[in-house]
Design a protein around this ligand. Structure first.
Ligand code: URP
Ligand code: ZN
Ligand code: ZN
Length: 460
């Protein structure tokens, strides 16, 4: 039996903040209160966290670890990716189990389990990507959902590889809904994007900066409207991943005002990085070849407003890392072949704290809701996302007077760049506890290998 007392800190939950001690026993939070005068016994490890903020461990519901994509594999596996997450204050991931072409859903899911087992250092679960709705695919849905994978992802882009057409998306939505599952939608109009991209290549504009031009805001907005209508026809809830535009926020707000079960997330990079990064010289723009692309200030303002208004409920990282050299190898002569994605799982928590709370855009409680409490609730992760009795003791100890400088040279992500290179932010994560274990100290992993557990998630 292990007991830990974090004393003297300020506990910040999505529901409020107070100066309270946290008593942890056997990986769970036993009590939150003032224990100065309470005899707790000699077997308690006491840690003084005076002057520190205690946040629930981050819950990142959008990562791609050890994932096959666009002719390559993401550069972080479950060991390096979850270590990086832990060092950055994230203690739970929901990762996308990709369905490679020609592979059944159940086999794809089993393969993804095998990649994570004994490697993950924090708790994790999966969404099931459906990229090929072969005959009998939906017959596998009940087993998938019963195994604790209660959400699916479909792509409205990447025509000819992983994109589903509307009829197949409709089928996934209604079969998932019948099981109490939910569907995550990547909303971009893949047909239009492919035409625009082909025009650019034909005009000789083959560099990575063209990625943004081929994916104007309207390609997202149109797909969001269409997906909402298809979800209504399927009588299904729907969760939009990685929304990036003002028009998408407006569409989700309108749907929610009608009391439709439509939810939306955005990602750290859409809130903090500008499209001007596509104007970088040489091949550097490939660092931000992400889908959807980065946008202008106008869209960022709309995303922050959408978070405050509750239209968007979650901020995830969409950690989908490919080293720059790998992007160059595949796409130096044609931006369409640059693997789409970038790193972010390690820096989501501190960037959102700095850019949200410290810039006055979010209250500390709203920050907690967006990076921990709401994602846990949205995806059925009981015991995660709050510092309350009975919850898992996943706790981030943050020094508000410290600073964090982000750099590829010091990051834990298995990457040769970070889009936040050189950013110095207010706040420093001193320590991270996952189910009561100290797993990170001052940005370095100090926990045990392979300690993470698969979490079977609940349905709606
Ligand atoms: O840039 C990204 N997001 N890469 C592909 C994975 C995804 O979420 O679509
Ligand atoms: Zn996506
Ligand atoms: Zn993604």
């Amino acid at each position: 039996m292990s007991k830990l007392l974090l004393s003297g800190g300020r506990v910040v939950n999505s529901t409020g903040s107070s100066d309270l001690d946290v008593l942890v026993r056997d990986g769970r939070i036993e009590a939150v209160g003032r224990f100065d005068d309470v005899p707790l016994g000699d077997d308690v490890e006491r840690v003084d966290v005076s002057g520190r903020l205690l946040f629930p461990g981050g819950v990142d519901v959008h990562t791609h670890l050890d994932s096959p994509m666009m002719g390559t594999t993401t550069s972080d596996d479950f060991a390096s990716g979850t270590r990086a997450a832990a060092c950055g204050g994230t203690t739970t991931l929901v990762d996308f189990a990709m369905q490679p072409p020609g592979t059944t859903l159940l086999k794809s899911l089993a393969d993804h389990h095998a990649k994570a087992e004994d490697k993950a250092v924090i708790d994790y679960s999966f969404h099931m990507c459906v990229t090929d709705l072969y005959d009998g695919a939906t017959d596998e849905f009940p087993e998938i959902v019963q195994s604790g994978v209660s959400s699916f992802k479909v792509f409205m882009a990447y025509r000819g590889s992983i994109m589903l057409h509307d009829g197949d998306m409709f089928e996934v939505l209604r079969k998932s809904a019948a099981l109490g599952g939910q569907v995550c939608v990547h909303a971009e109009n893949g047909d239009v994007i492919d035409r625009l991209a082909a025009d650019l290549v034909a005009a000789g504009r083959t560099g990575p900066g063209s990625h943004e031009i081929a994916r104007p805001p309207a390609t997202e907005v149109e797909a969001v409207h269409r997906a909402i209508r298809i979800a209504r026809m399927a009588d299904s809830p729907l969760y939009f991943v990685h929304l990036s535009t003002e028009g998408a926020v407006e569409a989700v707000a309108e749907a929610r005002s009608r009391d439709w079960a439509i939810a939306g997330e955005t990602c750290t990079h859409y809130l903090t990085l500008d499209r001007s990064l596509y104007d970088a010289p040489g091949f550097d723009a490939a660092k931000v070849v992400l889908t959807p692309p980065l946008r202008t200030q106008e869209h960022r303002d709309a995303l922050w407003r959408g978070l405050r208004a509750g239209t968007l409920g979650v901020v995830s990282s969409d950690h989908c890392p490919f080293c720059l050299e790998e992007k160059r190898r595949l796409g130096e002569h044609d931006f369409r072949a640059v693997p789409n994605g970038g790193p972010g799982v390690e820096h989501r928590f501190i960037v959102m704290y700095a850019e949200g709370v410290r810039q006055g855009r979010l209250s500390p409680e709203k920050f907690v809701d967006l990076v921990a409490t709401a994602p846990a609730r949205q995806f059925g992760l009981p015991g995660k996302g709050s510092i309350t009795p009975g919850a898992d003791a996943d706790i981030v100890v943050l020094d508000p007077d410290g600073t964090t400088t982000i750099s590829a040279a010091t990051q834990n992500q298995n990457m040769d760049y970070t889009p936040y290179e050189g950013w110095t932010l207010p706040g420093a994560i001193d320590a991270v506890y996952a189910r009561g274990d100290l797993v990170a100290r001052n940005g370095r992993f100090v926990g045990a290998e392979g300690r993470g557990r698969f979490i079977a998630r609940t349905t709606r």
